[in-house]
Design a protein around this ligand. Sequence first.
Ligand code: PLP
Length: 385
Amino acid sequence: MIDNEYLLDDRRYLFRQMAETLRAFVRENPDADLLNMGVGDVVMPVAPVVAYAIRQASYDLQSQLSFRGYPPTEGYDFAREAVRRYYADMGAAVRTEDICIGAGAKDELSVWNRVIDADIPALIVAPAYPVYVDNARLVGRRVRFVRASADDYPVPDGVDRRPYLIYLCSPNNPTGQTYPTDVLRRWVQYARESNSIILFDAAYAAFAYPYTITSIEGAAETCVEIGTLSKCASFSGLRFGWSIIGEKLLGGTARKAYLKYKSTATNGVSYVVQRAAESALSGEGVRYAKGLIGGYKYSAKIIAEALQREGYDCRTGAYLWLKLPEKTENPFEYFLQKSRVVVTDGAGFGEGGDGYVRLSVFSVGGREEAAAARLLTALRGIQPR
Ligand code: PLP
């Protein structure tokens, strides 16, 4: 009954393998003082103003007068308006009608993967968030990669002029690169010339605030910007994101097809969460988010500088992208055994990720020096041949 090769594929997925190794390690070493720089999840609480909004929304549901049932497919107007104001504060003129609410960036990426014809190949800047490739495999979409090097920004030069479903993520997971305006312009220009569509994954845009592709000329006709509150406002559990879909995108068919698909496959995001998001996007909520991000950036800077002082190649962005001095068999296992630090093997992000590890700073606040010292101990044990 199930003939989807991807869904039935039980090859050992790298991230699952890492999780299993970690579980076994913790079982055998229950008292080990682990430093977890592997997770891409956040650990800081939501803003007090968000918790307050959740309580208020629950009172709304308690009263017959303000009770809400199924939410509109495109999201409540108050939530769409809150997203519009957030962009307006960045100087970007996004229209409320173009904003559609969803349950986070991953959900939005999945919707677009279903909406866009599976015969259109994906063009992915690699190394990349693995979900892009997994989505493509789910529907049998072919994939072409554009390699990103740590020194050059990835550009579409040399890619044939045919329609692609392009995945751009900036600031990038995992390399941390933030593509400058001229690089974004080149991609928009390429999408125009090739009749491609860009899914601009802005999951980490708040780290480069103010930052959006919507301000680039031609973006409204070529790009969907996908936003999320997961990382910047600690909504990874609450679930709130959006797609910005210009009315002329794909000749006006993109928004129609997206809404049709969504109304078939989901019943939207709950009223309570949309109220929570409205407050996260308010002045007070955004100030709190900037504080969180300032903390993450501080951690990243302290650790990266300590490694750079010792001559290691370590890039900072929303994550640290650390080049290993020598090819290491299983970097995850090595860092765990040697220094009790959990890292993510760069190989898990596909082409170009081998020889690197990704370090998350979401949960190291206050332990930066310890993190740097442990990482250095492990790195010194990897001798260049
Ligand atoms: N896009 C990228 C690049 C990510 O790294 C992540 C999560 O780690 C997501 C999207 C998923 O975000 P969300 O929690 O909004 O689904």
